[in-house]
Design a binder for this molecule. Structure first.
Ligand code: NAP
Ligand code: DHK
Length: 526
């Protein structure tokens, strides 16, 4: 039996209590009505609250029978959209027919219809005031190039509101992740129901945080990539990765700052762990061009904690008011926490994550009583970036003799001076084997998806190493690790490091002990 609460949000008996009224809308795009009906059933099963029927996707369309069928056979509330090509859709036909079809959808019982702001005058004129009381009119505007200023967005909302909209909708395009802040500002202050999205990978936050800032709905696709606009997450991810129904105005925001960043498994790890203890936080991919600009823009306490990866770990140092001494010595920050006074604290968990994984690889899970198994070993680090600095520092601290090889020799040399090591150019690496039983740690992004056939060193050279570690963890077994194993070396994966570097981050994010076994279980499925 369905319960209808006062906000009009329908929820099944027994459904876990929702902490927000923001709806999840699944776009339905198909060549035929029959295919649409199948997708509507999928949308219902997926947990979507309503469907957007993108009539402009149909290859043939007979308005009255088709709309009647779609409404009567849809198991969810329907939003009808007939998007013209001049607003990013697929309909290139006669405008009067298009608007007539939308009016017909309203007449036949659609719960919502979407009319573009550019067409609303003609639509209203033909309506002659006969607007269905049941059907909510969404008036929309799309900008596929950029995100206007807050002032211009405010003016746009006012124009849409004045057009007679029941619900205001605009979608812009993120050129930078900081564009989303202006849309949050408009949404949170809106006095009318509003749907506000920022399209593109850099706009992801706008789609996930709707419940926090009061958005009326967000779009979730039924399959990865089957989007009606760039950047849409799936319904599955909204519900089961981002815990969408549990998000609210007091939800704390966390994320992995990087470029690229979509490969990161941090959202998977932290969101499931947050949910396991009922922690009111959400962790997202944050595609950031300029980390200093990101923190200048998102300076509120709600933006509570961040992991940091390529290429921002060194620049992150300058964003932090306080830096852990080890991170300062390393010269790289991969974990940033916002303190109660709003200032940022930076630390480095890469080094302990990697070094403890490598030590365990050398000695098994039984810690040696006579110090680190790295002591005295010749430890070759490929890379001199954030991870490279952390691992070189950690290996040196454990008594290893460190050699650093890097594409940019100058950075290898600088790091070698800092930690007290030798420096090599990448070209010299394959012929560097003064000893056998050496340890190799790749901290470059070579071999990271999608370039999984790349490797930083020849297989022939690997026979001189007794243990090979790869910080790259997507994929888990890189070409380097596969060839190292084939050459007889022990291997330690970047997944081990990833789990280890997350312990302290989780504890800093939540103030709770890290769920180590849960972390291992989550990453074991990966
Ligand atoms: P970073 O600070 O940007 O450093 C990148 C390093 O890779 C630099 O030394 C760079 O050399 C080198 N590099 C990049 N592309 C290269 C190429 N095509 N050929 C040769 N060298 C190249 O990045 P990071 O934060 O250290 O991360 C590096 C890698 O480690 C990433 O894949 C990241 O995902 C992974 N990582 C994994 C974990 C984990 O938990 N498993 C933790 C940290 C990092 P130049 O100096 O010449 O530019
Ligand atoms: C990878 C790294 O570089 C770590 O230092 C971050 C991040 C986590 C990731 O999520 O892939 O802490």
């Amino acid at each position: 039996m369905e319960l209808v609460v006062d906000s009009g949000v329908k929820k099944m008996e027994g459904e876990a209590m929702r902490k927000n009224q923001t709806l999840i809308c699944a776009p339905i795009m198909a060549d035929s009505v029959d295919q649409m009906l199948i997708l509507m059933q999928k949308a219902k099963i997926s947990g979507a609250d309503l469907v957007e029927v993108r009539v402009d996707s149909l290859k043939s369309f007979n308005p009255r029978p088709d709309i009647d069928t779609l409404i009567k056979q849809c198991p969810l509330p329907t939003l009808f959209t007939y998007r013209p090509t001049w607003e990013g859709g697929q309909y290139a036909g006669d405008e009067k027919s298009r608007l007539d079809a939308l009016r017909l959808a309203m007449e036949l019982g659609a719960d919502y219809i979407d009319v573009e702001l550019k067409a609303i005058g003609e639509f209203n004129n033909a309506l002659h005031g006969n607007k269905s009381a049941k059907c909510k009119l969404i008036v929309s505007s799309h900008n596929y190039e950029s995100t206007p200023s807050a002032e211009d967005l405010g003016n746009l909302v006012a124009r849409i509101q004045a057009s007679g909209a029941d619900i205001v909708k605009f979608a812009t395009t993120a050129q930078d992740i900081t564009d989303v802040a202006r849309v949050f500002q408009i949404t949170v202050h809106s006095q009318v129901p509003i749907i506000a999205m920022v399209m593109g990978e850099k706009g992801l936050m706008s789609r996930i945080l709707c419940p926090k800032f009061g958005g009326y709905l967000t779009f979730g696709t039924l399959e990865v990539g089957k989007v009606s606009a760039p950047g849409q997450p799936t319904v599955e991810d909204l519900l089961n990765l981002y815990n969408f129904r549990q998000l609210g105005p007091d939800t704390k925001i966390f994320g992995i700052i990087g470029k690229p960043v979509s490969h990161s498994k941090s959202p998977l790890l932290y969101n499931e762990s947050f949910r396991s203890v009922g922690f009111n936080g959400v962790f997202m991919h944050l595609l950031v061009d300029d980390i200093a600009n990101f923190f200048r823009t998102y300076s509120s306490l709600d933006f509570a904690g961040f992991s940091c990866t390529i290429p921002h770990k060194e620049a992150a140092l300058d964003c932090c008011a306080e830096i852990d001494p080890t991170a300062k010595a390393i010269g790289a920050v991969n974990c940033i926490i916002r303190r109660p006074d709003g200032k940022l604290f930076g630390c480095n968990t890469d080094y302990i994550g990697a070094i403890s994984a490598i030590e365990e690889g050398l000695q098994g899970s039984q810690p040696s009583i006579s110090g680190s198994p790295l002591a005295g070993k010749l430890f070759v680090v490929i890379g001199a970036g954030g991870a490279g600095k952390a691992i070189a520092y950690g290996a040196k601290e454990k008594g290893a003799r460190v050699v650093i090889a890097n594409r940019t020799y100058e950075r290898a040399r600088e790091l070698a001076i800092v930690v007290g090591a030798e420096a090599l150019s990448l070209d010299e690496l394959s012929n560097f084997h003064p000893e056998n039983d050496m340890i190799l740690a790749n901290t470059t992004s070579i071999g990271m998806q999608p370039k999984v056939d790349d490797t930083p060193i020849s297989k022939e050279a690997l026979k001189h190493y007794s243990l090979v570690f790869d910080a790259v963890y997507t994929p888990k077994i890189t070409r380097l690790l596969r060839e190292a194993q084939e050459s007889g070396a022990k291997i330690v994966t970047g997944v081990e490091m990833f789990i280890g570097q997350a312990y302290e981050q989780y504890e800093r994010f939540t103030g709770l002990p890290a769920p180590k076994e849960l972390f291992k279980n989550i990453m074991s499925t990966y």
